[in-house]
Design a protein around this ligand. Structure first.
Ligand code: NDP
Length: 348
């Protein structure tokens, strides 16, 4: 059967597509330019040559255009849509145009088109821990966030946000609410269900091809950039502040997406994808163990010190059991990511 993956060139989407191809799904990946379409096809042609016939790309220039998705679904008759395309970056100046609209109206567009299609049976929507976390309540030491919690940020909070991180969190929270409201509306025609996946900060290796590795550290995706900031700061540098502070490995996130497609019992669920909490010091400590020869590059800080007691925790054990996933630990994630990061720097 055939599935659509939006934002096919993205960090997480590339891993999702690789897994789908290995399972012999036909995949149509959407991107917004021809060069990105070529990069997606070249990536998978190199990694999974036997599956290359299964992958097609389609250009959707405007993520918020329901008609573009309508004609795509009409042509390909997908059984499911993975909606991952959404802005995730902190260098934006117009929060409404660059964050809120693509995230929220992009979600609306996909759902409207799916409701008009006769083929779509499930939407797997990539949301975020940002949709769960309520920053207005402060660091909340001792509190445990789960998928039952909700971020209260509104569309207007996003438009008037004091900084891009708040605008991003609002964009994700409002996009997810828009999705559930669509499903619960009295005029919802039925035909498909929703699985909402809420990953924490996603770290881990890129698909390793010249077409999928970033060209330079400046081109890193937002979450792996946090790791790079710690492991390139230099031994004597101040420890970069922890952002997140919850994380998960990209391969576990990809596996969760694929299971969310194939397990009928997951329909209607909202799932937090999180290994657990972390801090920059822990990234530094684990990195200097797994990449000893680079230890002069890694912020030393105060080895062994942890921020865990200063803020909330998370519990994603229900999800681990529903998905049958054992979350990878930081040592495995960093052992696979760091050699790529230092290589990207060298070829810059
Ligand atoms: P990437 O930045 O690697 O990928 C984002 C994808 O969305 C790209 O394909 C990008 O296309 C597309 N996109 C972004 N803005 C627009 C826009 N305005 N119009 C059209 N397409 C757009 O990020 P990730 O792979 O990390 O993120 C994928 C999804 O996962 C997002 O929904 C993100 O919010 C979510 N997520 C990510 C987490 C993380 O830590 N990485 C954590 C939790 C959730 P282009 O290359 O053309 O810009």
């Amino acid at each position: 059967s055939l599935v659509v993956v939006t934002g096919a060139n993205g960090f997480i989407a590339s891993h999702v597509i690789q897994r789908l191809l290995l399972l012999e799904f036909r995949v149509v990946g959407t991107v917004r330019s021809q060069s990105k379409a070529d990069a997606v096809r070249n990536t998978h042609a190199q990694l999974t040559p036997a599956c290359v016939d299964l992958l097609t790309t389609a250009i959707i220039e405007d993520i918020t255009d329901p008609e573009a998705y309508h004609s795509l679904f009409d042509s390909y008759q997908p059984v499911a849509v993975f909606h991952l395309a959404s802005p995730f970056g902190y260098s934006v100046d117009n929060y409404e145009r660059d964050m809120m609209q693509p995230a929220v109206r992009g979600t609306e567009a996909v759902f409207k088109a799916a409701a008009r299609s006769r083929s779509v049976q499930r939407i797997i929507h990539t949301n975020s821990f940002a949709c769960i976390y309520d920053a207005s309540l402060g660091p909340r030491p001792g509190y445990t966030y789960t998928s039952k919690d909700w971020c209260p940020l509104t569309y207007n909070d996003g438009v008037t946000a004091p900084n891009p991180a708040v605008a991003y969190r609002a964009s994700k929270a409002v996009a997810e609410k828009t999705a559930w409201e669509f499903m619960e509306a009295s005029d919802f025609p039925g035909g498909f269900d929703l699985v909402s996946l809420c990953p924490a900060m996603v770290f881990g290796p890129f698909l390793d091809t010249p077409f999928s590795l970033p060209q330079s550290p400046k081109g890193l995706n937002t979450s792996n950039q946090l790791v790079w900031d710690v492991v390139s700061a230099g031994e004597d540098a101040a420890m970069p502040p922890t952002k997140g502070p919850v994380w998960v490995d990209v391969r576990d996130v990809a596996e969760a997406h694929v299971k969310a497609l194939s397990d009928p019992s997951l329909g209607g669920k909202r799932m937090l994808l999180a290994q657990g909490i972390y801090c920059s010091q822990e990234i530094a400590d684990v990195s200097s163990e797994v990449a000893r020869k680079h230890s002069h590059r890694i912020a030393l800080g105060s080895p062994g010190k942890r921020e865990a007691h200063t803020h909330f925790g998370v519990d994603s054990s229900v999800e681990a059991s529903d998905l049958g996933i054992k979350w990878r630990g930081l040592a495995e994630t960093l052992s696979d990511l760091l050699p790529q990061l230092y290589r990207i720097e060298q070829t810059d």
